[in-house]
Design a protein around this ligand. Structure first.
Ligand code: NAD
Length: 397
């Protein structure tokens, strides 16, 4: 037991602390949305989510487990609470998900280990065997800064850089809340290759191959990984940059693997998702500004969605039991359809061209972006008494 008052300590796109009760409230809110969206839907067999503790992966885990009743295993890399030392936000998210699952008699297990390691795969296999289950849904939602090769110990680091020439564009200085010009130098070939190694499709394919070889993949398994396309304003830094190269590799992997699972009634897809505030997306230069403007425009049009709304829609319309995925010409699921409408994008482009520090509040929802960012770490939520001590030592029961 260790009760403490936990205060926010946010530095740019890093938060040094996380509030256990705030994170728990976030998770309860997402579970409510997941349940409502899947009401009456048929149950899903075992689900495995790689990158299950925050962002799109957490939403996927909650949707599978609480919406579709899937016995679920998640893999993540989080800092547990230890003695009187607080844990990370992802840890607290999963502590609450585990608590509710246990209270409702649901099966939810977490493997807190490096997803690129063979130990993580062995632990997942043990959990699946204990469930006597074969995976029917595999969600690959890693956003990792680095990958250590399981065999050679070689380390690759992903970078967020343009390719071909340096990028200069509008960005938000998150420490000073100012619109600035940021410049990022172009990546070299090694950086491009390393980013593809970390964020491309190789490890996803390895998980599918390995589960198949272990007899842990259902014939009708559906697998999805997440990608992003986005508008012209972010192209140089995202889609045409190092991360975009990795996403092209991820999408090529899906096309290759799809043919292998399709005969059994399953399949492999990439879902192009909407931009949302997560630890991973906050680190991409220029993206916080674009998202702040995007949220203002989408909220005004009543089409704004967060991670759980996106994933609930993906399951309902594309990947839930008995539903046939609808894809674009390249075989991709498009959850970014509402973000990418010409009406939204032309208004976003107009505002992006005009925006500066003075007009930040008027032309964008930067205040909303900041609120979402704090909420990732359990801060700024209604109904939480932030002055009260809270138990920071929480277990994944
Ligand atoms: P996130 O930072 O919220 O989540 C990353 C997850 O990966 C966490 O669960 C973390 O614990 C886990 N992780 C990181 N390294 C790991 C490791 N070595 N081993 C095990 N687990 C590890 O990220 P997110 O924004 O939800 O991104 C998830 C995916 O969705 C990414 O592929 C991202 O490109 C994609 N995506 C994100 C957005 C967006 O706007 N955030 C939009 C479209 C697609």
């Amino acid at each position: 037991m260790s009760e403490q008052v936990v205060a926010p300590r946010i530095r740019g796109f890093i938060s040094l602390t996380a509030h256990p009760e705030g994170c728990a409230a976030n998770v309860r809110g997402q579970i409510e949305v997941a349940r409502a969206a899947a009401e009456g839907a048929p149950a899903l067999g075992p689900a495995l989510v790689i990158g299950s503790s925050t962002g799109y992966g957490l939403a996927s885990l909650l949707s599978a487990c609480f919406g579709y009743g899937a016995p679920s295993v998640g893999v993540c890399l989080e800092r547990p609470s230890e003695d009187d030392k607080p844990g990370s936000a992802g840890w607290y998210n999963l502590a609450e998900a585990h608590r509710i699952a246990a209270a409702e008699g649901r099966t939810l297990r977490t493997v807190n280990a490096d997803a690129f390691s063979s130990e993580a795969k062995e632990q997942v296999a043990a959990e699946l065997r204990a469930m006597r289950g074969q995976v029917e849904l595999l969600v690959y939602s890693l956003a990792a800064p680095l990958r250590r090769d399981a065999a050679t110990d070689e380390v690759w680091r992903s970078t967020l850089k343009p390719i071909g020439r340096d990028w200069t564009g509008k960005s938000i200085d998150l420490r000073r809340n100012r619109v600035t010009e940021a410049t990022i130098e172009a990546a070299n070939e090694d950086e491009i290759e390393a980013t593809v190694k970390v964020m491309g499709g190789e490890d996803w394919a390895e998980w599918l191959r390995w589960l198949g070889a272990e007899g842990l993949l259902a014939d009708n398994c559906r697998s999805v990984a997440y990608s992003y396309v986005g508008p012209e304003a972010t192209h140089a830094i995202y889609r045409a940059g190092t991360i975009g190269r990795a996403k092209e590799d991820l999408e090529a992997t899906a096309r290759d693997l799809h043919a292998q699972l399709a005969p059994g009634g399953g399949g492999v897809w990439v879902s192009i998702n909407k931009g949302i505030v997560t630890q991973a997306s906050a680190a991409i230069p220029g993206v916080a500004l674009y998202m702040s403007v995007l949220f203002a425009v989408m909220k005004a049009q009543g089409t704004h969605e967060g991670p759980i709304e996106q994933i609930a829609r993906m399951m309902r319309d594309h990947l839930g039991p008995g539903v046939t995925p609808v894809t674009d010409d390249e075989g991709r699921i498009r959850l970014d359809d509402l973000e990418m409408t010409p009406e939204v994008q032309s208004e976003v482009a107009r505002r992006m061209a005009a925006i500066d520090t003075d007009s930040l509040g008027e032309l964008s929802d930067y205040a909303g972006w900041q609120r979402y960012f704090q909420q990732l770490f359990g801060f700024g939520l209604e109904g939480i008494d932030y002055d009260a001590p809270t138990e920071v030592h929480r277990l994944l029961v």
